[in-house]
Write a protein of this length. Structure first.
Length: 291
């Protein structure tokens, strides 16, 4: 089961400065970690990215997803990361062992040297880089790898074909993401969507549980209907003006019509605007419930 969450490149468009924009992205990363999201995807919202360009959100998310012990070597100094210090720690739970430093832990590493003797050196956050036999497929310096550490004294480790704990960050467009074989149930979040209720939640969770899900969020003051260029899909908002807009839409809505459900997970919201990071916690918390 794959859980993919999509956020727009305009995620930070209303932030007052780069520090606040970075903090906002950190809360998105926290939500993805807390609710065990597998993939966090940034999709383009052309012309609305804000003052720091369309790569800012993706870069800060990738940095946040990088284990702290690899950040300095993997990223160095970049303008986008000027305020990376305000990012909240993710503290990703280890899948095995009692912690990320214990025996049997799965760790992410960076290849620091490829030797002529068939061995490579890998920085995986231990006291010193470790030397391992190079896999048959070969590696290159700077490449990210997964390491299974079975002992620390003496060090015993091996390369494994497993994704480390946490989420991966990717950049992609909506059409590609909604067409993936592992997209599962495709949910669009909007205040104009179907209001989530206790009775309806059971049906949705029962459907997403075995199939996985792709959940798409908009940006503050620029929701999914506006980003996609479609009229709000219904619900209790919009009125006659929205109905008139609907009649002007082309018969084929390539993005809006490809969702299985438009969902409003914060019915009767008390604030005029629910921020993207707030919506993520509300939606993912509801969808993670079990019977």
């Amino acid at each position: 089961m794959t859980v993919s969450v999509l956020v727009p490149s305009s995620l930070t468009r209303e932030a007052e400065d780069k520090r606040e924009a970075t903090r906002k992205i950190g809360y998105v990363a926290r939500a993805a970690t807390v609710f065990r999201v597998n993939r966090l995807v940034v999709f383009p919202d052309s012309g609305a990215e804000g003052r720091w360009g369309d790569g800012f959100v993706e870069t800060v998310l990738r940095y946040a997803a990088t284990p702290p012990y690899l950040r300095k070597e993997a990223w160095g100094k970049r303008d986008e990361l000027e305020y990376a210090g305000v990012l909240p720690p993710l503290r990703v739970a280890s899948r095995t062992g009692s912690g990320s430093d214990d025996s049997g832990s799965l760790r992410q590493g960076i290849v620091t040297e490829v030797g002529s003797d068939g061995r490579v050196r890998v920085n995986c956050g231990l006291q010193h880089p470790i030397s391992l036999p190079e896999p048959k497929e070969g590696l290159r310096e700077g490449e990210r790898v997964s390491i299974r550490v079975s002992s620390r004294r003496p060090v015993r480790a091996k390369f494994v074909d497993e994704s480390p704990p946490g989420f991966v960050v990717e950049a992609s467009d909506l059409s590609t993401e909604l067409s993936r074989d592992d997209a599962g149930v495709r949910l669009a979040t909007s205040r104009h969507g179907e209001q989530l209720s206790v009775d309806r939640l059971g049906d949705i969770v029962a459907d997403t549980g075995p199939r996985g899900m792709t959940v798409v969020f908009g940006a503050p003051e620029r929701g999914l209907p506006e980003i996609l260029g479609v009229a709000p899909p219904g619900g209790d908002e919009g009125g006659e003006e929205a109905e008139r807009e609907r009649t002007d839409l082309p018969a084929d809505e390539p993005e809006g019509s490809r969702f299985d459900l438009w969902l409003n997970a914060v019915p009767n919201q008390g604030s005029e605007v629910v921020r993207t990071e707030e919506a993520m916690f509300a939606v993912l918390a509801s969808l993670s419930l079990t019977e």
